[in-house]
Write a protein that binds this ligand. Sequence first.
Ligand code: ASP
Length: 317
Amino acid sequence: MSKRIGLIATGGTIAGVQAPDMQSYTAGIVPIGALLSGLRFEGAEIYPTQLANIDSCDMDADLWFALVRAVDTALADMDGIVITHGTDTLEESAFLLQLLVATRKPIVLTGANRPSNALGADGLRNLHNALCIACSERAHGVLVTMNDAIFAPTDCVKATTLGADCFAAHNGALGYVQQGAVHFLRTQSRELPHFAARSPECFARVEILLSYAHNGLGAILGALKEDGVRGVVIAGSGAGNVHFALKRALANRAHGLTIVCASRVARAFVAPAMLQAPQWIAAGYLSPFAARILLALLLGSGATHDAIARAFAVFGD
Ligand code: ASP
C-alpha cells in the first residue's frame, strides 16, 4: 500500500518567482499545487496544504504555532510530512518543531536557494528528495534536506546564499539522498527536551544581543526589560566571549533576565567553563537562534533556572 505524505507549504524561494531581467525575485508566490504539477513522484499519495506563502524572513510565532498544529493534525493520518519553507529561517522552524512534536514519523523540511523559474532551480529536486526521505523507513523525527544532504535541526544553519548548497551542519550531514535512495551515515542520538506548547503565549520573549568590537549594546538592556523581555541570548565572539561594555551592562542592568551565552561563530562550542559570569548558562553547540528558541520555550513553560541549565546541558556534553 502506498504511503500517505502530508505536504505543508509555507512559501520561500522554492515558491519564488524571478523577474524577467533575472536581477531580482520575490519569495512565496507560486502555490504548492502549481509546484507539484511540475514534479513526478510515484512513491506516495501526496496531500498538499497551503498554510502560508511568505518570505520566511517574516516568520512569527503565530505562524509557527499554526504550523505545529497543522503538523499535529497531519500526523494523525499521514505516514510522513514534508514542509516547504524559506531557507532564511528554516533552521529555526525545524528546531522548534523538533522540540514540540514527539513522533517517530519523518517530518522533513526543505526549500530552495534559487527561485522556481531560475536557471538550475533547485526546488523540485529538493522537494523530490524530501518526499523520498518522508517515505523512508529509516527516517525518524524532524529532518532538513537541501542539495541532496540530510541534516539534523539541532545543528544545521544556512551557511551560504550562493549556489544550491545552502545548509551546513556543525556535526556534519546525517546522510544523503542519491537517485532517490536515502542513506543515513549516522542517527540523531541525543534525548532532547520536549514541550507541550501549542500557542504563541507559551513562547516567552527572548532577544539576541551580539557582541562585537566597540560594543554599545548595553544601552538597550533597560528598554528590553521594559518591553517584557525575560531572557537574553548573547551571540558572543569566539567561544562565548563578551565585550566588556556589554558584560558590564549585563551585570548592572539585567537583573531578572535569564542569560544564555552562545557564539556568533558558525562552528563554535560554548562550554560552561568559558562563561564570564557564574549565573549565565552555556549554549554548548546551539546557535544563538536555536538557543533563543529553547530558552523561550523553557521560560514560557515556567522552568526554573536549574531546569534551564539542565536543558542546555544536553547540548553541551
Ligand atoms: N528569503 C527567502 C526565504 O527565506 C530565502 C529562501 O527561501 O531561500 O523565504
